[in-house]
Ligand binder design. Structure first.
Ligand code: MN
Length: 132
């Protein structure tokens, strides 16, 4: 596994550009997918250190994409953070319960994004007590 490669799954071009630019400026390499199918193919082929997963995708729900990643031995252990505009009370808990390793709400807060990415990028010992 390459510790600096992050797969960004996002179908909104503006959000994708923001995530890509921030991550690249911070020294990560990015893979980009705009559908669940593309995400699964890229994750399987490249085995990124981390996946940032939009929830509303054109071809499937991000939670379904997560389920498929978890069901594939090559991608089962890759941390996946939900990135979503759903910011209702209880959503964080729902996404964690669904199996995501963390949760980021839109609009993206750059500091929160980088803190979450650093926590899950595999460069440091994971802290199982913290979800972001
Ligand atoms: Mn979307």
């Amino acid at each position: 596994m390459v510790g600096d490669q992050i797969l960004v799954v996002e179908d909104n071009a503006r959000n994708m550009a923001l995530l890509r630019d921030v991550l690249q400026a911070t020294g990560y390499r990015t893979l980009q997918a705009s559908t669940g199918r593309e995400a699964l193919a890229l994750a399987t082929a490249q085995e990124p250190a981390l996946v940032l997963m939009d929830i509303r995708l054109p071809d499937m729900d991000g939670t379904e994409a997560l389920r498929l990643l978890r069901g594939n031995a090559r991608t089962a252990s890759i941390p996946v953070l939900a990135v979503t505009a759903q910011a209702m009370a209880g959503d964080r808990e729902r996404f964690i319960e669904a199996g995501f390793d963390g949760y980021l709400s839109k609009p993206i807060d750059v500091d929160a994004l980088l803190a979450a990415v650093r926590l899950h990028d595999g460069r440091e010992t994971p802290n199982p007590g913290a979800n972001s």
